[in-house]
Every structure is written in structure tokens, then in C-alpha cells.
Design a protein around this ligand. Structure first.
Ligand code: PEP
Length: 254
């Protein structure tokens, strides 16, 4: 599948996997994905497993990501984890503004943009998540909602920083529900986001930024989704928790 943007497929393990289970899973992925160079593969374990997983990942083609980070630098922020602490484990990517954090931790676009700027200041690449709810879609507000999230969450980023920013379009109604957006629905919103990037930044940003699709991606639908012209990879939840399903998604996408 030829595209000028390199595919990026990330596994978001959410609040799953003990340290031992994490190490097993990464060892399995290393074996299965050895030699895969056409896709950037990012693994986002819970914070508690980052240290051990980073050791297992040394000399592999897998990259480490975190699921969230603080907008602040080191200091008095009980329970938070900042970019410099993540960097200790060779973390390269950080998921920001996942819909679960927007919904359950009350994260808003302004906070997400501060986190994105903090990530870039530490040379971490943010994966910024956006997506509409079912009610938004059914009331015809998908583009309006996605536009507001993109404008707010990317506010203050430069065009250069955007080259190292990934966007994940994740319709909330498709996350963990088994309902996937159709390829047409996904492509339509991805193309809309790309056009928006051209107007907010410039054509080069629009051409270069990778936009992942997320929401019940599995081996059975990965290839078709990623064959869409503006779909540059996937953010995978449930199916990233097992070696077979996650490695199949990757192999089927190249
Ligand atoms: C996610 O949490 O980002 C996600 C897309 O989950 P799932 O693949 O399980 O729908």
C-alpha cells in the first residue's frame, strides 16, 4: 500500500497489563514484527510498565509512547507524570486528549494544547485525539465538533511542531464498542481535517501530518481503513492487547 506519509500504528493499552504481562506482550510483538520497516509501530503501556518495557524494546523497531502527561514540569503535582520523567524511559510519543480523558477527567482543548506544547518542548511527539460523539454525528455536528477540537487542541503549535504531531481521529461512538466508522465516514473526516490543517497552518503541514483512525480497529477492517488516501495509520485499543491481533493489523496494513 503506497503512501507518501509513513503509516503509524499505535497500541493504546489503557489501564491494562501488569509489568510481567507487558514484557511478554512486547517480546511477542518483537518476534512477530521483526523486520517490519514500512510502519512506525508505537506501544503505549501504562506508566507502571514503561521502565521494563523500554528495556525490552532496546534494539527493536518498536517505539514507546505514554498515554498521557502533565502540562507542567517537575514539581508539586501529586499523581502527575511530566515529560522529563517519561523521557527517562526513551518515550518518544504521548497520546493527548483521548476521549476517555476528555470525558472522565474533564480534559478540554485548552489543556490539551498546553500539554502538546509541553510535549514538543521536551521533544516528545504528541498524538492528539479528536472525535465526535454519537449525538454530535446524529445531529450533523461532526465537522463543527472536530474543527473546534482541532483548532483548540493545536492552538499555539508552530508549523514545524506540527510536522512532529500526529492526529488521531477517533469517533467516540466507535471506541471499544465494536462499531467501526465505514471507510467512507473515516476518509471524509480525515480529508476534512487535512483541509483544516492547510487553512490553520499551510499546505506542507496538511500534506505531511499523519492522521490515524481509531475506533474498533481489528485485523478484519484494518487494511480497508488504511487504504483510504487520508488515513495514515491507526490508534488501536482492545486489539492491541494481544500479539496476534495487533501484529496482524500491522502486517495487513503494509
Ligand atoms: C482507543 O482507545 O483509542 C480505541 C480506539 O479503542 P478500541 O480500538 O478498543 O476501540
Amino acid at each position: 500500500m503506497e503512501k507518501d506519509r509513513k503509516l503509524i500504528i499505535a497500541g493504546n493499552w489503557k489501564m491494562n497489563k501488569t509489568v510481567a504481562e507487558s514484557v511478554d506482550l512486547v517480546n511477542g510483538l518483537k518476534r512477530e514484527l521483526h523486520g517490519v520497516k514500512e510502519v512506525d509501530v508505537v506501544i503505549c503501556p501504562p506508566y507502571t510498565a514503561l521502565s521494563e518495557v523500554s528495556k525490552v524494546m532496546i534494539e527493536s523497531n518498536l517505539r514507546l509512547g505514554a498515554q498521557n502527561m502533565s502540562e507542567h514540569g517537575p514539581g508539586a503535582h501529586t499523581g502527575e507524570v511530566c515529560a522529563s520523567l517519561l523521557k527517562e524511559f526513551s518515550v518518544r510519543y504521548v497520546i493527548l486528549g483521548h476521549s476517555e480523558r476528555r470525558q472522565f477527567q474533564g480534559e478540554n482543548d485548552a489543556l490539551i494544547s498546553r500539554k502538546a506544547r509541553a510535549a514538543h518542548a521536551a521533544s516528545l511527539k504528541p498524538i492528539v485525539c479528536v472525535g465526535e460523539t454519537l449525538a454530535d454525528r446524529e445531529s450533523g455536528r461532526t465537522e463543527e465538533v472536530v474543527r473546534t477540537q482541532i483548532e483548540g487542541s493545536l492552538a499555539g503549535l508552530s508549523a514545524d511542531q506540527m510536522h512532529d504531531t500526529v492526529i488521531a481521529y477517533e469517533p467516540v461512538w466507535a471506541i471499544g464498542t465494536g462499531k467501526t466508522a465505514t471507510t467512507e465516514q473515516a476518509q471524509e473526516v480525515h480529508a476534512f481535517i487535512r483541509k483544516l490543517l492547510a487553512s490553520l497552518f499551510d499546505e506542507t503541514v496538511a500534506r505531511k501530518v499523519r492522521i490515524q483512525y481509531g475506533g474498533s480497529v481489528k485485523p478484519g477492517n484494518a487494511r480497508e481503513l488504511m487504504s483510504q488516501p487520508d488515513v495514515d495509520g491507526a490508534l488501536v485499543g482492545g486489539a492491541s492487547l494481544e500479539v496476534r491481533s495487533f501484529s496482524d493489523i500491522i502486517k495487513l496494513s503494509v
